[in-house]
Design a protein around this ligand. Structure first.
Ligand code: UD1
Ligand code: UDP
Length: 383
């Protein structure tokens, strides 16, 4: 059984579901979503054509991390009692994942951790994700580490090497799939253009303008840090009128309310600043591949952008994704002057908006799910 509940988990678990389904004689694949996210989860389930067998539908009852944890734990108790799977697969570091792992542990069901071993070693950054993944690391029997660095992190914590498999990150499997899909037909591209127009961004602008793509949602950035990021965006949009600043807003009300307060009413926005609704993976990937620079505090985008050869400025004080740090990925923190300086550097030096740097494939080769499934099949053959 695969358990997940947020947007990035769908993106990163979808390739694994597809791969498991290739072997119906080996696996009965069951999908349980917690509904930690609702609209953003459903948007991605649709993209990947996944129909979950179970849906805990918790989001509307959640006010804080306590509700979230309690509702996933009790919800999973009932689902696991009914299905009694041989293994539970969780992903990454969300509260859905940590709690589903705990729920499986209470029934002594082995847990496989996909995207295991990422660490900052600072339990408040990212918060609560760093503790979530450490908890899963303690509970899990099988650790699917995306990189050799992640394997080393697990070994340092005393995890048995035999239970660690270095696989690459499944996000690169998803990215390859989506890029192939975007390039597969004019109709798909037309659908993406329609989606972009519908949310208020005319994609024909991309023909002769640079693009700065922005996302932000980290809990530890709420408040002053997020205000500082928004201030930097505003200053940059004024400084570079020939560049579009496109920011699909996360649905978290903490983010939206602050963003609307800081950027003002729609009529007040600069002509080159677009605060839009969250995009499907297709439309977002198209914008990633058209961008000059990406400004983000997201985990997944730090992995996708280098694979696309796109520079990323990470608006966080720490990162667990250190493999690509360097030419393509830079940790810039949340100080607005620094964000303005680093973004300006890239915008001033990029000759053309489709300017491509060397792709960095340190996060995967597109076969992570196949490696995980190979491993699971080898376990099956031992039974
Ligand atoms: C969550 C994860 C974070 C992950 C991120 C990916 C935790 C604690 N946080 O953070 O690790 O990086 O997802 O995006 O597990 N909301 C909606 N509709 C949606 C999604 C969210 O309305 O589709 C609103 C709801 O009011 C919800 C709130 O956003 O309560 C916060 O969602 P939550 O999952 O707690 O936090 P995220 O910031 O999304
Ligand atoms: N993403 C998307 N549409 C958007 C914003 C992001 O499809 O409007 C994708 C992005 O490509 C990446 C993932 O969502 O794969 C990142 O999700 P998020 O930033 O919410 O979570 P994190 O990666 O930080 O856990």
């Amino acid at each position: 059984m695969l358990v997940f509940g947020t947007r990035p988990e769908v993106i990163k678990m979808a390739p694994l579901i597809k791969e498991l389904k290739k072997y119906p004689e080996d696996f009965k694949t069951t999908v349980c979503v917690t509904g930690q996210h609702r609209e953003m989860l459903d948007q991605m389930l649709k993209v990947f054509d996944i129909s979950p067998h179970y849906d805990l539908r918790i989001m509307d009852k959640v006010h804080d991390l306590y509700d979230l944890t309690a509702l996933v734990l009790t919800g999973m108790r009932d689902v696991l009692a009914e299905t009694n799977p041989d293994m539970v697969l969780v992903h990454g570091d969300t509260t859905t994942s940590a709690t589903a792992a705990l729920a499986a542990f209470y029934r002594q069901i082995p847990v496989g951790h996909v995207e295991a071993g990422l660490r900052t070693r600072n339990i408040y950054s990212p918060w609560p994700e760093e503790m979530n993944r450490q908890i899963i690391g303690r509970i899990a029997t099988y650790h699917f580490a995306p990189s050799p660095q992640c394997r080393c992190n697990l070994l340092t914590e005393g995890i048995d090497d035999v239970k660690i498999v270095v696989t690459g990150n499944t996000v690169i499997d998803a990215l390859k799939w989506v890029i192939d899909k975007i390039n597969s037909s004019q109709e798909i591209r037309r659908g993406i253009y329609e989606e972009l127009n519908k949310v208020g961004y005319d994609p024909s602008r991309l023909r002769n303008r640079k693009l700065v793509l922005i996302t932000a949602h980290r809990r530890e950035n709420f408040g002053e840090a997020f205000a500082s990021i928004c201030h930097a965006i505003k200053v940059l949009a004024q400084k570079y009128p020939d560049t579009d600043f496109v920011y699909p807003l996360h649905l978290n009300p903490n983010i939206r309310q602050t963003a609307y307060r800081l950027f003002g009413r729609v009529d007040d926005w600069l002509d080159n600043l677009f605060l839009i609704e969250p995009l499907s993976y297709l439309a977002f990937s198209l914008l990633m591949s058209e961008s000059t620079v990406i400004l983000t505090d997201s985990g997944g985008i730090q992995e996708e952008a280098p694979a696309l050869g796109k520079p990323v400025l990470v608006t966080r004080e720490t990162t667990e994704r250190t493999e690509a740090l360097g030419e393509l990925v830079k940790l810039v923190g949340t100080d607005s002057d620094n964000i303005i300086h680093e973004t300006s550097n890239i915008l001033d030096n990029s000759l053309h908006h489709k300017f491509l740097l060397k792709h960095n494939s340190c996060y995967g080769d597109g076969y992570a799910s196949a490696r995980i499934v190979d491993y699971l099949r080898s376990l099956n053959s031992l039974l």
